[in-house]
Design a protein around this ligand. Structure first.
Ligand code: PRX
Length: 652
């Protein structure tokens, strides 16, 4: 049990400072960091850029032609050189970069020197196969060391990587290969997923057959499955790296050269290719990783328990921690496999000091009970982070008490694939924390909550979250679609105001509370999924006439997906068809997009202009107990439900 005083403080939502010894020892422990950054944001970011190794120093810090920013112009550097060689050269080659923990319990530790050598070998192999600067490379791998190796090898030779989460379907891979016009796929024979094997190579084969883009496929042996290898196109990873030199000169890259593309869901059916560049991105991911997690590279063991297939893994498993010479845990498995205390076993095994995870995982741990973490020695932990979705105060408190032992500061960090790096967060040692609030913008960042008209709301008000000043890690555009970039982010409040798509409120102290998406994007277990994408997958099924998808509140996953489906002709929905449709979506997009509920309805409620009334469907989904399948008889019933949903909304 926590100290009652602490618990009361939490419950009242009152600010509390991190422990005194933490403040004394913190990298920054002075409020002045905010005012200094505010006085001259460009100088602030430049001071962080100076911590990196530049092959040529920049001439201009920032060129801002809204909505396009360019940072550190004239500067040249290489990300893999900064993440690896720089540390080996300064005498830290023997420090562990990654303690890798495989799902079946296999483990491997790689030092900075070993990681550098492996990256060079693979970079040389890629060059030999004909991969050149600017080429796009799709990486479709599970959480094994070869995943960061492949990313860093691309960065070393200037190829642009586009990582596709291994839980995504072959169709998702097809979309990403064709959009970026990529000719290379790096994959594995299979991926472990809670004891079973996902046939990754088979998925990749289907994708490569569906497009004629790919001429080079490299396959890492992970699960030992028998896989088909196509002559001339497919190569085993272990064959191509064998005997290669461990020297590979890093390609000098302009600060604004593209480092990677990462696709994320938007409000239409087509994912957006978020473009991140080299110098600004590395500057901000390293600055935020260092200050938000108060990283002490010689002492800390840092674990970000995300998957590298998402931006959290790109920025805070690969680029930020490596740029800062962190020792990280790289974890392949799930939180509950083989047992529900697996996380705590890993924390204990490596003496993890900093843990960064998602509210959905924290809520699962809560459900499984405090006895599981209590059965392990978690005393090495000193700082906890949360990311991906709003964290409810109960989960925040549980995390602070049962994982942090009441002594670890908790940082709730808001950011997006688009921002590339943390934007709103407390700074431990400086900023007080309130359970459930991301508190305030990172120094140098200008986050403003505005009303419909774009005017800032006063303390106590609510509205839309905007970012009103460029920052180094911001997305530069959408791959191949600059118009969509402008329309999506820079049209609502003017071309120098970035609209994040999130609702937010300010409390009486002016601290920021994120309220979640206000558009047709769902957030399931911290993963963004577009309603339209799931709808397109559903209507692609031969029996489906029309579909509408909405997210409903879910205690564990934040939101769960509900699909309303009307069938063609006289077809009738039943349990079997509901199951088939759920699988169909999993097949088209990936398991994470599988609807929790499928409801058959003759018609979908629409406005006169034909727009599906998603808000109403959401009300229905949240206001009723739903079985796996429910049949809505007809539109009349829907309007009846609409009326009652409207009434109950008013009563609230
Ligand atoms: O709605 C916000 C939510 O996740 C969205 C970004 O999703 P994605 O690009 O997949 O990146 C997730 C990891 C950075 C945001 O628009 N979100 C992310 N972090 C938080 C959050 N909502 C509330 N609090 C957070 N800390």
């Amino acid at each position: 049990m926590a100290e009652p005083a602490l618990e009361n403080l939490y419950r009242e939502g009152r600010a509390f400072p991190p422990p005194a010894e933490f403040v004394a020892d913190a990298l920054v422990n002075d409020e002045a960091v905010y005012s200094q950054a505010e006085k001259d944001p460009e100088a602030w970011w430049a001071s962080h850029a100076e911590r990196l190794r530049w092959m040529r120093k920049w001439d201009t810090v920032l060129e801002w032609a809204p909505p396009h920013a360019r940072w550190f112009l004239g500067g040249q550097l290489n990300v893999s050189d900064n993440c690896l060689d720089r540390h080996v050269d300064s005498g830290h080659g023997d420090q562990v970069a990654y303690h890798w923990e495989g799902e079946p319990g296999d483990a491997r530790s790689l030092t900075y020197a070993e990681l550098r050598d492996e990256v060079c070998r693979f970079a040389n192999a890629l060059r030999e196969l004909g991969v050149a600067k600017g080429d796009r490379v799709n990486i479709y791998l599970p959480m094994i060391p070869e995943l960061p190796v492949a990313m860093l090898a691309c960065a070393r030779i200037g190829a642009i990587h586009s990582v596709v989460f291994a839980g995504f379907s072959s169709q998702s891979l097809v979309d990403r290969i064709t959009d970026a016009d990529s000719k290379v796929v790096i994959t594995a024979d299979g991926a472990y997923r809670k004891g079973s094997v996902v046939p990754l190579k088979e998925n990749a084969d289907k994708a490569m057959e569906a497009t004629d883009n790919v001429s080079i496929c490299i396959v890492v042996r992970r699960t030992g499955e028998d896989v088909a290898m196509t002559d001339g196109r497919d190569h085993w990873y272990h064959d191509v790296v064998e005997g290669r030199s461990t020297e590979c000169a890093p390609e000098p890259m302009d600060a604004e050269d593209v480092l990677y593309i990462l696709y994320t869901s938007g409000t239409t059916g087509t994912p957006k290719g978020i473009v991140h560049t080299t110098g600004g991105y590395l500057t901000q991911v390293s600055a935020t990783h260092r200050l938000v997690f108060d990283l002490k590279p010689d002492r800390d063991v840092y674990w970000c328990a995300a998957d590298i297939g998402w931006v959290t893994g790109h920025s805070y498993i690969v680029y930020g921690p490596l740029a800062n010479r962190a020792t990280s845990v790289l974890y392949e498995g799930a939180p509950d496999h083989p047992a529900r205390d697996r996380f705590w076993e890993v924390v204990e095994k490596y003496g993890v000091t900093i843990l960064y995870t998602a509210p959905t995982a924290i809520r699962a741990f809560m459900k499984w009970g405090p006895e599981l973490p209590a059965g392990h020695d978690l005393s090495t932990l000193r700082l906890l982070g949360s990311v991906g979705e709003p964290i409810n105060p109960e989960a925040w408190m549980w995390y602070a008490e049962h994982i942090g032992g009441g002594r670890c500061p908790v940082v709730d960090t808001w950011w997006q694939t688009e921002t590339g790096a943390i934007m709103i967060t407390p700074l431990p040692g400086v900023t007080a924390a309130k359970p459930g609030s991301a508190m305030r913008a990172f120094p140098g960042v200008k986050a403003v909550v505005v009303d419909e008209g774009g005017e800032p709301v006063p303390p106590g008000g609510g509205g839309y979250l905007t970012l009103q000043r460029p920052y180094p890690s911001m997305l530069r555009t959408l791959w191949g679609d600059d118009q969509r970039y402008r329309d999506t982010y820079w049209s609502r409040f003017g071309d120098d105001v970035y609209f994040a798509g999130d609702g937010a409120k300010l409390d009486e102290d002016g601290h920021i509370w994120l309220l979640g998406r206000i558009d047709d994007v769902m957030n399931v277990s911290g993963h963004r999924i577009s309603t339209t994408e799931v709808e397109s997958a559903l209507v692609d099924h031969p029996k489906v006439a029309e579909a509408a998808v909405t997210g409903r509140r879910d205690d564990l996953t934040g939101q769960a997906i509900v699909a309303y489906v009307s069938l063609k002709g006289d077809l009738e929905g039943d349990d079997a068809l509901a199951r088939e449709l759920r699988e169909h979506v999993a097949d088209r997009i990936g398991k994470l997009a599988r609807p929790a509920n499928v409801l058959f309805t003759e018609d979908l409620p629409k406005t006169r202009s034909g727009k599906i009334m998603r808000r109403l469907l959401k009300d229905i989904a949240e206001g009723r107990e739903l079985g796996d399948v429910t049949t809505l008889a007809n539109a009349d019933i829907v309007s009846a439900i609409q009326a009652s949903a409207g009434d109950s909304a008013k009563e609230e």
